[in-house]
Ligand binder design. Sequence first.
Ligand SMILES: NC(=O)c1ccc[n+]([C@@H]2O[C@H](COP(=O)([O-])OP(=O)(O)OC[C@H]3O[C@@H](n4cnc5c(N)ncnc54)[C@H](O)[C@@H]3O)[C@@H](O)[C@H]2O)c1
Ligand SMILES: O=c1ccn([C@@H]2O[C@H](COP(=O)(O)OP(=O)(O)O[C@H]3O[C@H](CO)[C@@H](O)[C@H](O)[C@H]3O)[C@@H](O)[C@H]2O)c(=O)[nH]1
Length: 324
Amino acid sequence: MRILVAGGAGYIGAHMCKCLHEAGHTVVVLDNLATGHRAAVKWGTLVEASVADTAVVLETLRSHRIDTVMHFAASSLVGESMAAPYAYYENNVSATLRLLQAMRASGVQRFVFSSTAAVYGQPRSDVIDENHPRDPINPYGRSKLAVELMLEDAARAYGLCVAALRYFNAAGAEPAAGIGESHQPETHLIPRLLRCAAGEALEVQIFGTDYPTPDGTCIRDYIHVTDLVDAHLRALEYITRQGGFHAFNLGNGEGYSVRQVVKAVEDVIGHTLDIPVGPRRAGDPAILVASSRKAREVLGWMPQYPDIRRIVADAWAWHRAPAY
Ligand SMILES: NC(=O)c1ccc[n+]([C@@H]2O[C@H](COP(=O)([O-])OP(=O)(O)OC[C@H]3O[C@@H](n4cnc5c(N)ncnc54)[C@H](O)[C@@H]3O)[C@@H](O)[C@H]2O)c1
Ligand SMILES: O=c1ccn([C@@H]2O[C@H](COP(=O)(O)OP(=O)(O)O[C@H]3O[C@H](CO)[C@@H](O)[C@H](O)[C@H]3O)[C@@H](O)[C@H]2O)c(=O)[nH]1
């Protein structure tokens, strides 16, 4: 296929480009480099523009004869979305609508969308499956839900083939390929701990130890970025065969507490870290763990790197010598 990867200069998008290239697809990256990196674009041409720039998108779809769009481009910081909701609706909803309209005008009928566990809001069950009510609690999650709803309508009205992939916590890297996670600012737990271990002056705290969990810290489901992008490839094949709108949760189905993650990091780097305890971070649910049974059964997906130490070790190899 000839695939436009919107947001392909970002963390997950760059890993997707490598995976698509290895599977024999042609990759074109569309990215405005708002949070992405030119050096991360290694498996296809870069078109430097926003997905909201309809003229450039139309021309790119036409000149590269694109037949599929994978859409990673978004603003994705929960805290920032609370302070600046319009910016989130603008970049995540309005810009995505423009991209979808350009696709429709060009006859591009396949769309793989980066959704998020944040669409579920406060979990009402220990393990979250795709039928869990979608009730996001911040503008970031709401903006992703708005796009999901738009995509459901587009599948019905225009026959768009859609996979909405709801990621839990993406982590890890493919340092041997020269790609990894590099955000400024970095808010995610694992890269923050590792950048601190690599000597960066970062104040890392454990956000809250009074949650209703065995050790009092929040539990999350960390999924290796390599496994995450593999699921995208399978989802693309699936929607190509089936048509329609399909949502899949992507996680390992196993939760690790913040303290367990700190311990895994200490094991990997070979020494202890002195991480102070701080207050809770607003908006953090105590536990977020995926049921990815649907992805396993329907897509035949089986994560290859579920071990938290392996996820951390690959991220550590990147952070010791980041290429960008
Ligand atoms: N990292 C996670 O744990 C996680 C979890 C759930 C969902 N997601 C979603 O996955 C996607 C990728 O996340 P990431 O961690 O790789 O983020 P990232 O910030 O590293 O990558 C996003 C990329 O999109 C680009 N971009 C942003 N707005 C754009 C626009 N209007 N036009 C063109 N390019 C634009 C950025 O420059 C960047 O390269 C996002 O949609 C995010 O919401 C991520
Ligand atoms: O310095 C830090 C950073 C994080 N945490 C905690 O570590 C856990 C994981 O946090 P983080 O890595 O920031 O990820 P999440 O906030 O869980 O969010 C990620 O995972 C969600 C789905 O689970 C996605 O919706 C989001 O887009 C994605 O950023 C949370 O309990 C945080 O409170 C700390 O204790 N200290």
